[in-house]
Design a protein around this ligand. Sequence first.
Ligand code: C5P
Length: 218
Amino acid sequence: MRFVVTAGPTREAIDPVRFVSNRSSGKMGYAIAEAASAAGHSVTLISGPATVAPPDGAEFVSIITSDELHDAVHRAAPECDVLVMCAAVSDYKPATVALQKMKKRKTPFALELVPTRDILASLPKVNREFLVVGFAAETHDLELNAQKKLREKNCDMIVANDVSKTDSGLESDENEVTIFFRSGESKTISRTSKKIIARELVKIISKMSEKCLTKKSG
Ligand code: C5P
């Protein structure tokens, strides 16, 4: 099977030296790319600036901004069987990018931010040839928010984690996730290393994708 995995944060420029971003390390997405490759799948890893080295065996596409990620996903998705959107895409970007470094001021000032394009929501909704796996990092109402994203972003499954905990999730080597399926079922993987979670996720995704392929050809 052909996997496209997105990972890491995006950076949205304010001026030539400053940007808006988030704490994503890329570890979860890189572990999924590594696990999929180890399981014999072909993998394209599209990543923002992460803190870990890309795994061997995956084609690597480097992006910085949410717009670059949007374009890279739309280029790669039509060729894949599974798209895993693990990247922590910035939800907002500065309305304008200053061409020169902005001068420090003594008075408060407001930076105008505009929403970025939602990449998952921009994917085809019907007759899609590939499985879409979204991620949801939540600090509260995990199930409610994840179920909402599953429907609104038209994902086949969504992997949710509670990022309010300091010992798992963002930047950590460990995670605890609950996977929500469109059937209404869910499966929790208790706290363990991101590498073990990645292997489990790849198994679940592969099984589901095979089922969809069998349905299509049958
Ligand atoms: O809405 P939220 O950012 O929590 O949704 C998370 C999911 O949506 C992740 O799978 C992320 O990769 C994806 N996303 C996206 N485009 C955005 C923001 C998030 O595809 N602009």
